[in-house]
Design a protein around this ligand. Sequence first.
Ligand code: SF4
Length: 330
Amino acid sequence: MALLEVRDLKMYYRTARGHVRAVDSVSFEIEKGKALGIAGESGCGKTSMASALLRLLPSNGEYHGGSVVMDGKELLTMAEEQFRKDIRWKRISMIFQGAMNALNPVHRVGEQIVEAILHHEDVSREEAIKRTHDLFALVGINPKRFSEYPHEFSGGMKQRAVIAMALACHPDLIIADEPTTALDVMVQAQILKAITELRQRLNLSMMLITHDLSVIAQTCDSVVIMYAGKVVEYGSVMDVYVNPAHPYAMGLVRSFPNIKAERTTVRSLPGFPPNLLAPPPGCRFHPRCPLADDECRQVEPPVREIGGNKHMVACHKAEIVQQGGDVWQR
Ligand code: SF4
């Protein structure tokens, strides 16, 4: 059952040179208790989309259409006061990119979580302190460290504290934006394990934004691949990773090192993402695509289902991609 439905969402940045179409007709849904990964290169619109869902746009961000529905309620047209009171942090919370710096260095870590609880819920300070101790224990921090400052925490502990803060008001959905990028591999593995266990124990939904496909493989049920502000492929992790239908998704998957395969150099995608002030006509991927032809250069491919199981793709030649071996070897 869908907890959050995003339909045809468009969010552009207004600049002196025109609109940057950072999120352009994006649609997907997140089911209750499930984890959805959002992947793509830097600048493809992942973080902008997350900010748009939480209505945390910078001053030049503008909605240009679409809807975001949670439990039957439209979130984009809801009064800001109601959204702040009922949705942001209480129903949807966020672990921001660069969480290592998300804690205020001059306030005690525990107090920052207490403050978040008191700000959003009608509970006593004693109750908020007790909940913070419980949250510390839940994410694997000794509650005795409640009164320490962020500089006394290691990177992994700071990350756990930020996760505790995101859980403080019992949200239904957590948006985690690159939650482990700044951590070393060992701590990253611990944090991912903690997030997965918490999510399953609390029946939380999660939207995990990352450029790292291995993180999504470890933690998510389904995946959205974004390119140049658009969804190009969407489906279960198994379908998209094992049988990608879009050349870009196939390129991302094949650039993933495989320890069982023959030793070879890591294969990268040629070219760069387009300027979203003036994206290419037709398929936005055509300047980099080995299969591009005149149809691709002129006609934007619609998002359509391929092979059932809600595996969606936006490519005129998806069937060829799935049946024709590695399109990047051509
Ligand atoms: Fe490549 Fe054409 Fe598919 Fe775009 S529509 S990804 S250019 S084959």
